[in-house]
Ligand binder design. Structure first.
Ligand SMILES: Nc1ncnc2c1ncn2[C@@H]1O[C@H](COP(=O)(O)OP(=O)(O)OP(=O)(O)O)[C@@H](O)[C@H]1O
Length: 311
């Protein structure tokens, strides 16, 4: 599950190598190496402040990296930023719209810049999201502004979408509509880079997931792969307090310890645990794979280590 561990492919929509952005002494992102293959939905998952928006701004050529490279549709976002911004369907995390323009005028203006011809598709998106297009955007709620943002990202039928927390501010029905739209365009071969802090959303839509934490990509894998490499949770029950120190066994961490029961996370073969359990006259055992929620929390939660120490 090493970051960037997948084989390199020539059919790549987004590629970064050691992409790094510092803001003075503050860390933005550090050494981000990822690859998004053509046609995949790539989930970019991380908590607030992890570096998702910074990475995306680097991909869109809105900021210059301190180090490293990015390629988007084969283009260098710094040198060819205008082309990247024309060709990619981009939804920024903080949507800056001209406050006095209506939604309609905003979409006309943005459509003009991208040589938009198929207004039928744009209008169908307006309808699907129920976007209010006749009021000045400054008078719109966050959710209603987000709808304008989504329409402009999809309206020119880009072959790559880069979406920064696209469902923030949308009600559940519209989140569903958004998911359907992603599934549709994905079936048409569009590549999607989707940042989110919502595990459910990413799990539902993405085939590959990168997890970013404190500026570093800490895991890149398929959703299935993450499940496969997840540790097993094994609970053991004993008639008498066991003599074995389970934490000393290879690949084992103790997540809960009672007098006559113990809960373990086991990575790799479980034979050592089972042998030790038998020698301690184990009376009961349950085993299950760690669920994805728990797995993500290990990468996600800055308190995990402290919690581990507490046991
Ligand atoms: N212009 C800036 N100047 C200084 N620090 C910045 C700037 N932009 C981002 N940062 C810092 O970079 C880090 C990553 O921020 P970023 O906005 O990329 O996170 P994020 O994962 O998108 O979070 P969120 O979900 O809250 O939007 C944070 O520590 C943030 O304070």
């Amino acid at each position: 599950m090493a970051p960037g561990g997948r084989a390199s492919s020539s059919a790549t929509s987004v590629r970064t190598d050691d992409l790094t952005k510092r803001f003075g002494t503050r860390r933005g992102v550090e050494g981000v190496t990822i690859e998004v293959r053509d046609g995949e939905v790539f989930g970019f998952l991380g908590p607030n402040g992890a570096g998702k928006s910074t990475t995306i701004r680097l991909l869109m050529g809105l900021q210059r990296p301190s180090r490293g490279v990015a390629r988007v549709l084969g283009l260098d976002p710094v040198a060819d930023g205008a082309a990247v911004r024309r060709d990619v369907g981009y939804l920024p995390g903080e949507l800056a719209l001209f406050p006095r323009l209506t939604g309609r005028e905003t979409l006309e203006r943005l459509g003009g810049a991208r040589d938009l011809r198929d207004t039928g598709w744009r209008d169908s998106l307006i309808e699907r999201f129920g976007a209010e297009i006749d009021r000045p955007v400054r008078a719109l709620s966050k959710g209603n502004r987000q709808k304008i943002g989504l329409v402009q990202a999809f309206m020119h039928r880009p072959r790559l979408l880069i979406l920064d927390e696209p469902t923030s501010g949308l009600d559940p029905l519209l989140q569903e509509e958004f998911s359907r739209l992603i599934q549709e365009v994905s079936a048409d071969g569009v590549t999607v880079f989707l940042s989110s802090h919502d595990l459910d959303e990413v799990q539902r839509l993405a085939s590959t997931v990168a997890i970013i934490r404190e500026g570093h990509v800490v895991a890149v894998d398929t959703v299935d792969g993450l499940r496969r490499t997840a540790p097993q949770v094994i609970e053991l029950r004993f008639a008498h307090p066991p003599r074995t120190r389970f934490a000393d066994l290879p690949g084992v961490s103790v997540t809960a310890q009672g007098e006559r029961d113990v809960t373990l996370g086991v990575t790799g073969p479980v034979s050592a645990v089972l042998r030790a359990a038998v020698s301690d006259d184990v009376t009961g055992i349950t085993a299950r794979p760690v669920d994805l929620e728990e797995l993500f929390l290990r990468y996600y939660d800055p308190l995990t280590e402290e919690k581990d120490h507490a046991h």
